[in-house]
Design a protein around this ligand. Sequence first.
Ligand code: COA
Length: 278
Amino acid sequence: MQALTYETIKIEKEDGITWLILNRPEKRNAMSPQLHADCNDALFHLATDPETKVLILTGAGDAYCAGQDLKLFFRGTEGKPRERFEASENSHSWRWQRLSRFPKPTIAMVNGFCFGGGFVHMIACDLAMAAEEATFGLSEVNWGIIPGGSVSWNVVDVLNMRNAMWYAMTGDPFDGKMAAQIGLVNRAVPLEKLREETVELAKKLMTKNPMALRYTKEAIRAVRGMNEAQASDYLASKTDALRYRDPEKGRETALAQFVDEKLYRPGLEGYLRDKPKT
Ligand code: COA
């Protein structure tokens, strides 16, 4: 695939990991209309890029993302309905639709400030790692608006009601350790270890069957809005679809390796994906 180059983001690839780096460090990676357009385009191309096995989303410099760019996204599109519409469409498309439905595993690596609209793409990622020193905040109330776009909807998806209310109503900033404690991110580690630990997580994901991983993440997201009967039916169909679609036929190989060949213990480890079928 041709190298992807953009004005406001950087795409870097290494050993199956693709880094999507928000790259406006002088503005703490606040999201301008151009950044939304760039991210939207990049995710479209990366979704089918064979070199991208895991996507990590992070920010350049000492911020992850300071939310929407108050000057360029809000004030800059006032009285310009076409520009506002385009910016909003791109903003919603990449931060939620393209990212939450991305066919490979996604990890948000929160290296610093994460405010307001930055919560959407952080939550849209399947997993999130944060620096203990990172600063999070639902700061909207501090400047007289509500956590709009889809922020409130995203936040109640991962936080309990008490914590969602607390941070949305007070606008209080909190650190990475607190983010992990309330379940907003999976883990918080010292900043100096953040990259290493995030890469380790990405490498672990790359050892798994890619199609099984894709179907797993789709299933976990989809069943949240279903009742038990719907979920049972959906999961049965999804299970069948995976058996049909999985190019490495993992289920059959894994069953044979455990039941017949006694090669591994699925409770403790993955099956041997590189071993030729017998
Ligand atoms: N929109 C537009 N510009 C922003 C921005 C945002 N969300 N966040 C930061 N910037 C800009 C600042 O205006 C400043 O630009 P300038 O150098 O042209 O003056 C630059 O980024 C650096 O910001 P500054 O406030 O000087 O840096 P800091 O390190 O002291 O503080 C923050 C960083 C993120 C705490 C602070 O900039 C801030 O509170 N930003 C707003 C965060 C927010 O509430 N976002 C929610 C939006 S929905």
